[in-house]
Design a protein around this ligand. Sequence first.
Ligand code: GLV
Ligand code: GLV
Length: 326
Amino acid sequence: MKPYIFITRKLPDEVVEGLQDSYEVSMWDKEEMPVPRERLLEEAGKADALLTMLSDRIDEEVLEAGRNLKVVANLAVGYDNIDVPAATQRGIAVCNTPDVLTDTTADLTFALLMAAARRIVEAADYIKGDKWKSWSPLLLAGLDIHHKKIGIVGMGKIGAAVAKRATGFEMDILYHNRSRNMEMEEAVGAQYVSFDELITESDFIVCMTPLTEQTRGMFTRDVFRKMKKTAIFVNAARGPVVDEGALYDALVEGDIAGAGLDVFEKEPISASHPLLKLNNVTAIPHIGSSSIETRMTMMNLCAYNISLVLSEKEPKSLVNKDWKNS
Ligand code: GLV
Ligand code: GLV
């Protein structure tokens, strides 16, 4: 019997076809809706491999159901949706998609920063809404980007790629991270500072940190209060790193000037979400790595990782290096 792979969302045929010679493959076939929990648990019980989305909660219950499960390949660089220690305990490999999405996600992050600063979305809505009656000196005037100070929280590969883009705008670059990144400091002239210094000094505060127990809720009302009143906060990492109620209050009460948000505490959000009522919020639906080229590459990397694990080879991008030792 061929090993069985379950894919939790509809993927293009060309990704699946490559797997079908060697494996039995099935997938949840609705593009717009995540796989229901019941079905996920049922499939986990049969599968040798799961190809999962960041919107699937792969917790102990799913992993425990996966009696034959050898690998979970997540279509994302982040893996906070997966209980990694529980997978390791059961000898299940967890794979993600680092590197291949770095530049694409940095492009989007910078676009979001620029859109928030120069009010691009608001301006596009303005003209489509037939409001443009005359040119005027301060019509939709935004904030400059060039020569300003950008503070990057979380200087991993994507943070470094954002910093590189900032050099093109001749920005001063501050960063805060668990550890210093000397190579990157030299390459882009970034300066390591404390979190407190970063939030008080920066014109743009860009959050690129993964969601962990240490980073959950780190952007509190107090943090927003310490920022410049002209600051713009950009989050292209994970929603729960921010206390969303605190961000809302900060935006309404003028602690900061605006926000560019690609991620939210509980996704998806609906049009009635309080943050979407604010003119100084530029919001997009978690599309950081979403270029056609990069999403195809990510899907193929997930498929490749699965085939490597199922043929007892080392996967290309492994989260839990100790999965075999347990
Ligand atoms: C997207 O958010 C990812 O983690 O790849
Ligand atoms: C703007 O279009 C200008 O000419 O200043």
